[in-house]
Design a protein around this ligand. Structure first.
Ligand SMILES: C[S@@+](CC[C@H](N)C(=O)[O-])C[C@H]1O[C@@H](n2cnc3c(N)ncnc32)[C@H](O)[C@@H]1O
Length: 207
């Protein structure tokens, strides 16, 4: 399937065209739920793309570390931070090469990281969870399998999407503060546009 054989080159090429594929405004879920983040704390933005989320978080006063494996995206993220006059530690890294330190970040934001295949997803979630300090937070927004029928964003693979039960299972040992499965119209640049089958999670790690 196109894009799955060479995902890094595919994403990097998508980001080579002018403009911001997902727009310059933060993800609506992140904006709505940012109140769960401790003011001034350290947030890791996973697969942050062109920086719309990391830059907005930095504007809100957070210390932000972000990575994505597409160099063109990270270049645009750095340009966005510069234009907005904020500082973000933007890194080029594959998810698997990220060091995933234990209990390092006050929060992890994982917004549309649907690239993880089902057989690798649980270990990936476990690594991200372990990198959060006790008392810290995890903010996740993704697509549900029904999204494949909408075709308005994300890979055309149901098994890459999240069900409510799956998310509940992954965070059964944390406090689930928000877990909402719903359909809504997204307007996030050219790439996420139209009615979408979403699932949102905010969970906090016990102290
Ligand atoms: C749908 S985009 C979302 C970008 C960003 N989170 C946002 O909401 O604007 C998915 C991102 O995952 C990145 N990505 C895909 N596979 C990756 C991997 N294995 N390691 C790191 N980043 C990856 C892509 O480059 C792309 O920027």
């Amino acid at each position: 399937m196109a894009g799955f054989d060479n995902p890094r080159e595919t994403w990097n090429e998508r980001y080579a065209s002018p403009g911001y594929l997902f727009g310059e405004e933060p993800n609506a879920f992140l904006r709505k739920q940012a109140g769960w983040l401790r003011p001034g704390s350290c947030v890791l933005c996973v697969a942050d793309g062109e920086g719309r989320n990391s830059v907005w978080l930095a504007e809100q006063g957070f210390e932000v570390i972000a990575f994505d494996f597409a160099p063109n995206a990270v270049e645009k993220a750095r340009a966005l931070a510069k234009r907005r006059g904020v500082s973000v530690d933007h890194q080029v890294s594959d998810f698997d090469n990220w060091p995933w330190p234990t209990a390092r970040y006050d929060a992890v934001a994982a917004i549309f990281i649907q690239f993880l295949p089902p057989e690798r997803r649980e270990a990936a979630i476990a690594a991200m969870k372990a990198s959060v300090v006790p008392g810290g937070a995890f903010l996740l927004e993704g697509y549900r399998p029904e999204q494949v029928d909408y075709g308005t964003g994300g890979p055309p693979r149901r098994d890459h999407m999240y069900t409510r039960e799956w998310v509940e299972r992954q965070f059964a040992d944390w406090d689930i503060r928000v877990l909402e499965a719903y359909d809504a119209e997204l307007r996030e640049g050219r790439a996420h546009c139209g009615m979408s089958a979403l699932i949102d999670l905010v969970a906090t790690r016990g102290s």
